[in-house]
Design a protein around this ligand. Structure first.
Ligand SMILES: C[S@@+](CC[C@H](N)C(=O)[O-])C[C@H]1O[C@@H](n2cnc3c(N)ncnc32)[C@H](O)[C@@H]1O
Length: 348
């Protein structure tokens, strides 16, 4: 039975209406049903989207320069996708490499690619010393959708025939929505689940740093008056669109990340702020130009693809400005290389 029909049945079973976050959970992550849990190709030119590690190894080799400076000798990667970043980091660094991946299908792909070099874990390790990396994972955490209108604050949910249906917001969602000042009418997302997620990461970290890399903004930009229809985006065969009901279970659904919310939750859980910067600034600080300089400038066949990766990673029109790096941690004495210049953590 197609995923669409099975998700409709699930919504019926749950009373004919589910919060959008539940729909996003079903459509992305539900074992045997969701987009990440299924056999869709997802990554790379033949898939639906390209992430920084999928462009080539420039991102990973540059990130490795930062990770080498985090004591502990261990890396924990969350949501490792095709295993591309793990492969590059394992080549560049002598470390123990753990992966926590929620999709069984992607775990199998990662095992095939990485063999015994990476260790898959089913839950967060206790008392972890080292670096935790989450590249484009936070944007896949299911979000609630809120509609502030003249009458009040409504929660947007999904009916079994895949339509938006609003109900009065209640509980923690209502509380969180009241803290956000927006002109009405206004629709946007609130990621209630991101807070326990980042708290659990901070709790498991005994010493070291957690890097969250993703597209998003500080809160004042996220809930900007002009962003009045929110940030939900779907990706199918390299086309981006904003209708999350067009191919449930067969395409990626994402929301931008509210980095202020992540930072506040992390600091509230006892982490120190280590830095927040655009991806371009972070990679430049880590020495991406030195990594580029290692390429053979004489040989256009070798240099052109790497230069093209640099352009995509750094250009403000591509990933350079929209993507950010947030680092929080515990017990580190020295400042991190990636934030040596242009740290914008004061904007969070
Ligand atoms: C957009 S992909 C990014 C993959 C990879 N990090 C990259 O940059 O190419 C999201 C990944 O996160 C995984 N994922 C989603 N939620 C997760 C969670 N809560 N914990 C761990 N992995 C998760 C997905 O299965 C998938 O591997």
């Amino acid at each position: 039975m197609p995923a669409r029909q099975r998700i409709a049945q699930e919504i019926e079973r749950e009373g004919g209406w589910v919060p959008f976050a539940r729909y996003m959970q079903l459509a992305l992550h539900e074992p045997g049903l969701g987009y990440y849990a299924s056999g869709a190709r997802k990554f790379g030119p033949q898939g639906d989207f390209v992430t920084a590690p999928e462009l080539g190894d420039l991102f990973g080799r540059t990130l490795a320069r930062q990770l080498a400076g985090v004591p502990g000798g261990r890396i924990l990667e969350l949501g490792a996708g095709s295993g591309a970043l793990a492969e590059t980091l394992l080549k560049a660094l002598d470390c123990e490499y753990l992966i926590l991946e929620t999709s069984a299908e992607l775990r199998a792909r990662q095992r095939k690619r990485l063999g015994k070099r990476a260790i898959h874990v089913d839950e967060l390790p206790e008392k972890f010393h080292g670096a935790i990396v989450a590249n484009e994972v936070a944007d896949a955490i299911p979000v609630h959708v809120v509609h502030w209108n003249g009458q009040g604050i409504l929660e947007r949910g999904v009916s079994a025939d895949f339509r938006w249906v609003d109900k009065p917001a209640t509980g923690p969602l209502l509380e969180a929505s009241r803290e956000i000042r927006v002109p009405v009418p206004y629709i946007s997302e609130i990621n209630l689940l991101a807070k326990p997620w980042i708290r659990s990461l901070v709790d498991c970290l005994e010493s070291g740093a957690l890097f969250v890399i993703d597209y998003g903004f500080p809160r004042h930009e996220y809930y900007h008056p002009q962003r009045s229809t929110g940030t939900l985006m779907c990706h199918y065969r390299h086309q981006a669109h904003a209708d999350p009901f067009s191919r449930p279970g067969e395409e990626d659904i994402t929301a931008h990340v509210d980095f202020s919310a992540l930072a506040q939750a992390a600091l509230g859980a006892g982490a120190q702020m280590l830095g927040y910067a655009t991806q371009a600034q972070f990679l430049v600080n880590c020495g991406i130009t030195d990594v580029l300089g290692e390429a053979n400038l004489e040989n256009a066949l070798h240099y052109a693809p790497i230069a093209s990766q640099a352009q995509k990673l750094l250009s403000p029109a591509e990933m350079g400005e929209l993507f950010k790096v947030l680092a929080v941690g515990k017990g580190l004495d020295a400042p991190l290389l990636g934030f040596s210049s242009g740290d914008r953590s004061h904007t969070l």
